[in-house]
Design a binder for this molecule. Sequence first.
Ligand SMILES: [Cu+2]
Length: 470
Amino acid sequence: MNSRRHFLGGAGAIAAAVGAATVGRAALAGLPEPVHQDSADTMPPLQPGQGRPYRPVLTLNGWTLPWRMNQGVKEFHLVAEPVVREMAPGFKAHLWGYNGQSPGPTIEVVEGDRVRIFVTNRLPEHTSVHWHGQRVPNGMDGVSGLTQAPIQPGSTWVYEFVARRPGTFMYHPHADEMTQMAMGMMGLWVTHPRARHPLIDEVDRDFCFLLNAYDIDPGSFAPKTSTMLDFNLWSWNSRVFPGIDSLNVRQGDRVRIRVGNLTMTNHPIHLHGHEFCVTGTDGGPVPKAGRWPEVTTDVAVGQMRQIEFIADEEGDWAIHCHKSHHTMNAMGHGLPSLIGVDQSALAARIQDLIPDYMAMGGRGMADMGRMRMPLPDNTLPMMTGQGPFGGVEMGGMFSVLKVRKDQAPGDHRDPGWFSHPPGTQAHEVARAPAEPSRQDAAGGSSMPLASPSGHEVEVQVRKPGGHAHH
Ligand SMILES: [Cu+2]
């Protein structure tokens, strides 16, 4: 059971010398028990019980896959299968993933570890696993048709290689990719350095999540898999705000956040209240001379960005994608702009004919959060996050970095909302100020109109992706 040849029979043994291979029936009994996760909660970091020590990562609304040591080899068992993922409380999606959840569990190893990963396919179609960013023998690269035959439904294959390079990586299928990634098949891989590394600092908190996106019609359960760009659910680890847990740290902590992008567009990830440096990518640690301060870093498609900062400002700091339509949930997409139009009477009359009809707020989208409109079952209102001062008016790719003086070292629990010291919070002024003095509205003489047309032009701003309604 413990030797490699037991996993392979006949012709498989030849393939094993160069790449991933089918696991023989006799060996299946000796596979590591697949571990299944039922919960979409953030699981505490998995402390390494065996092997070289390291400080484990915390996967936001995710978990780390346990392994077993087998004669010096770390053995993991991934099961590719249909899953039901709670994307936020009250909203479940029928996705594909690994070991009960989408994304799959984070795999954590140490530089130099020999790793053996069994992959059992319980999907209705073939799959494969590609170890994005890693140095592997070519036959372990997981590109179906190029470096291996696809893993057929019902069969188990094995990948084996040495984790050669420390860093943050991803795994995902390289077989019917468009379908399988649109269905949620992906996961994170972290290789910790084997010793102190000149470019990899030790940190107090180490978070990671994947950016992913789905196109799920309101009221339905399964993503549309042929969508190319117009996704309507922008998620972190297949969760949308307010279903994304906060990142809870102690004031003064050195914090690392690893973000991988497996959507079909870029995401400028923006952190409030602090400056950070990009200290690494999936290509490795960034040399110190190549780092500069940022408050937003763009994570392009197929990239990983690892940011680091000292969390020295107490408070509840937003962290979110800066594309504003990526912080809206499904109901926020594809609506015509009706700002300035009072639709209350009209909407009521249309609802007599179409019960689910809803109108975009006449003053802006914020009205939507307050509307008591009927929603189809299994649909999130588009902006449902409630903060201590009302609706946060965000959904999708949004969370909160909570920095607290009294958060104990290593304690990842949510400390609740920040209580602002007196005199440190914006507030309404008691009396209206005097009318501000304005510049002459006619404009200066330096740039007069070339040929005054005599009439004013007014334009209406339309939400991108909305339909023209004039
Ligand atoms: Cu985005």
